[in-house]
Ligand binder design. Structure first.
Ligand code: ADP
Ligand code: MG
Length: 385
């Protein structure tokens, strides 16, 4: 789960990590007022669930409150396209107005989960800042990576070694050590999969400060933090993914035209593979889970059909826990409700399979059944052909 920069900075600040003074605004009038508070000269920052805003016009230094307001008007409602958003961009609904800081040096610092070692690792670089991706490709030796032992945690001497490698000395080095240790506390306390400060800066006045902040929470830990769901900005998410989340379905949009509804993640992956093998292109990955109810199947089916790219649906369900006649009822209910005329192929197996198939055949829908995965994939590709 993602949160905005201003929320991430509030968290960092509560762990004694210095951030610029700032205020979040929802209207251009609020942008103007906040700019006045900052003394006129300030930085206007579009809040979207993506980075790369600086180069896309989402971060701007202004000198007067009126200029801030004008820029606010321009940004609100605009879809900002950055290298991280995809071509459709993300809509700006919130703006962070921040004091303009005089920057002397910029660094990259993050702690993220390394899935290969199942441990957190701290990543730091004295070069990069905004162009960290480029540094990682061209001169990876300039990036310092430290795998953190979960038993000992991040030790001060390890943090100091990294701070020295970044070229920090004296009290700045010690400030940086403290900052890294606090950052590690954030990661643990808040169950983060990523905390990134890019750039971490040394100001002209000689202080360390987090100039940007990105935090991702581990979705599996949300139940431990009651405040997280309210921190989510739904305007930044795909509506279909929001609906899927509500019904506890795993849904991921893909680029093809065959909607897929499957129970179990492993079966879903196998289904996409076999579909591709027969020349089909999946429009999504949707796992309804093991013990799905009729309502859940109906909801899943509707989510698939709401995607305008879907030209046909392939259902592949193993009715181990679920009964096939119940699945069939869910499909029929959903398809009739949204007046679906698209071709549907249902491959199912398990208890009450004959009854399930019979219900589908009698339903009047444009549906065919299949006995094997390959047969089903071949059939839906033919029906679309
Ligand atoms: P993004 O990573 O999305 O491009 P950042 O928040 O990192 O956005 O901003 C881009 C650049 O703008 C930063 O690298 C920094 O140089 C500058 N910047 C951001 N916030 C401020 C600020 N409050 N004062 C001065 N410069 C800033
Ligand atoms: Mg940044």
């Amino acid at each position: 789960m993602n949160i905005h920069e201003y929320q991430a900075k509030e968290i960092l600040s509560s762990y004694s990590i210095p951030v610029p003074r700032g205020r979040v605004a929802l209207t251009s009038d609020q942008v103007e007022r906040a700019a006045k508070e900052m003394g006129g000269r300030c930085v206007i920052k579009a809040q979207i669930y993506a980075g790369g805003r600086g180069k896309a016009g989402g971060v701007k230094l202004v000198h007067h409150p009126e200029q801030a307001q004008d820029y606010g008007k321009e940004l609100f409602g605009k879809r900002l396209v950055t290298p991280q958003t995809g071509p459709e961009g993300l809509k700006v609904r919130r703006i962070l107005v921040e004091e303009a800081v005089e920057i002397a040096r910029e660094f990259y610092l993050s702690i993220t989960l390394d899935r290969a070692t199942s441990r957190y690792c701290l990543i730091a670089s004295a070069e990069g800042g905004v162009d960290i991706e480029e540094v990682a490709q061209k001169s990876p030796e300039k990036i310092h990576v430290l795998t953190i032992d979960p038993y000992t945690g991040l030790r001060p001497y390890q943090a100091r070694r990294i701070a020295l490698a970044l070229g920090l000395t004296g009290s700045l080095c010690e400030d940086c050590v403290e900052l890294m240790l606090n950052l590690y506390k954030v990661v643990l306390d808040k169950d983060c999969s990523l905390v990134e400060i890019n750039p971490l800066v040394v100001t002209r006045a000689g202080w360390l400060m987090a100039m940007d902040a990105k935090i991702n929470f581990d979705d599996n830990a949300i139940f431990r933090h009651r405040e997280y769901p309210d921190m989510m900005d739904y305007s930044q998410l795909d509506t279909l993914e929001i609906n899927a989340g509500k019904y506890d379905l795993s849904y991921i949009k893909l680029s093809g035209n065959v909607g897929c509804m499957v129970n179990g993640a492993g079966l879903a992956m196998a289904t996409l593979d076999v579909l591709k093998e027969y020349g089909g292109e999946p429009a999504n990955f949707l796992d309804v889970g093991g013990g799905a109810t009729r309502e859940k199947v109906a909801e899943a089916f509707k989510i698939i059909l709401e995607d305008g790219d879907v030209k046909g649906v392939f259902v592949n369900i193993f009715g181990g826990i679920m009964r096939c006649d119940v699945i069939a009822q869910g499909i029929i209910e959903a398809a009739s409700e949204v007046h679906c005329t698209l071709p549907i192929v249902v491959r199912m197996d398990g208890s009450k399979v004959q009854e399930g198939k019979q219900l589908l055949v009698d339903s009047g829908l444009n549906v065919q059944t299949a006995d094997s995965l390959g047969e089903g994939a071949e059939r839906i590709v033919q029906m679309l052909g």
